[in-house]
Design a protein around this ligand. Structure first.
Ligand SMILES: Cc1cc2nc3c(=O)[nH]c(=O)nc-3n(C[C@H](O)[C@H](O)[C@H](O)COP(=O)(O)OP(=O)(O)OC[C@H]3O[C@@H](n4cnc5c(N)ncnc54)[C@H](O)[C@@H]3O)c2cc1C
Length: 288
């Protein structure tokens, strides 16, 4: 059984995939699970993806865009099991000892899936145990103010930092993207260098990330959620090449691109400038 977090995890998984397993089961159809499924299909390995939600990535992209990810998997012959959780594993060591190898996955609906390789991609918990008792506020990460400050003289950056980004409503959140780890580290270093007692500059990025699934480059600038308004603007979902704009409380908050890198760079700039949602949709529709 594998998780995928470090280089060693990736090397171990690759070795098992290169051994030619009869079936791979991936638990979780988030971005990591989806990329593993795509990597398996690139090797022509049979793969089943199990996802507890009825639609993959529903909490991130919303139901409409998540359904397109489901279609993409199915188009590449992934056996997608949605709306069902995992109850446990079938082990070669039925006494439950540590030496057992996984042989299958037991689902909540009573089904058992045979598997030579199982990959678990169902989210992460920040490693903050070592900071308990330090005086920092912990709660799904290290809680910071709008300027990345966790306590006088202490800042946090990257996956572990939870802070309010006023650009998107100011609800404290963590962001697990490379780009944010780099940009926030710069902001945090500047915060430490600010004169003592200075208020500091709020860190208000437009986050950005991408995921390569099969032959599609999926990119998101800004943010997106299940309750946001979504409209497809450039391109066509049937061709899996389009841009969708996300709106919240009348403001443009995100741009999702499928094989539209040039547009996403442009929409990121517009998100930085700030735009009304209706005006953004109208502008997009007036462009080629
Ligand atoms: C499989 C996978 C695919 C990804 N793909 C993408 C992608 O396509 N695009 C994208 O934008 N992002 C992607 N990400 C997310 C991206 O990798 C992270 O957002 C980024 O690495 C965060 O950087 P970081 O420095 O905050 O944390 P990490 O990269 O997690 O680095 C933290 C380091 O601190 C070390 N550490 C932890 N506790 C301690 C301690 N007590 N003392 C000392 N050291 C400690 C850890 O061992 C680790 O090396 C992916 C992540 C994974 C796992």
């Amino acid at each position: 059984m594998h998780v995928l977090r470090t280089l060693d995890d990736a090397v171990a998984l690759r070795a098992d995939l290169e051994a030619g397993p009869r079936r791979v089961v991936v638990i979780g159809a988030g971005f990591i699970g989806s990329e593993v499924a795509a990597a398996c299909r690139a090797r022509e390995l049979p793969v089943t993806v199990v996802e507890a939600l009825p639609v993959p990535l529903e909490r991130v992209l919303g139901a409409e865009m998540g359904a397109l990810v489901a279609d993409l998997h199915r188009a590449h012959d992934v056996d997608l099991r949605l709306g069902v959780g995992v109850d446990g594993f079938v082990s070669s060591d039925e006494d439950g000892g540590d030496g057992g190898r996984v042989l299958g996955v037991r689902l909540g609906d009573g089904t058992t899936l045979d598997a030579d390789v199982v990959v678990v991609g169902i989210g992460v918990i920040p490693n903050t145990e070592w900071l308990e008792g330090s005086g920092l506020t912990l709660g799904n990460g290290v809680v910071c103010d709008a300027t990345t400050l966790a306590a006088p003289g202490v800042v946090a950056a990257g996956d572990v930092a939870r802070w309010p980004n006023a650009r998107f409503g100011g609800e404290p959140a963590r962001i697990e993207h490379w780009d944010n780890a780099i940009e926030m580290a710069v902001a945090a270093a500047r915060r430490l260098l600010a004169a003592e007692g200075a208020p500091g500059v709020p860190y208000e990025p437009v986050p950005w990330f991408w995921s390569d699934l099969y032959d599609r480059k999926i990119q998101l600038a800004g943010t997106s959620g299940p309750d946001d308004e979504v409209q497809v603007v450039h391109g066509d979902v049937a061709e899996r090449r389009f841009v969708a704009l996300y709106g919240r409380a009348g403001r443009l908050v995100g741009a999702l691109g499928w094989n539209r890198p040039r547009h996403i760079i442009q929409w990121r700039q517009r998100l930085l400038a700030g735009m009304d949602y209706a005006a953004a949709v109208e502008l997009a529709r007036s462009e080629p």
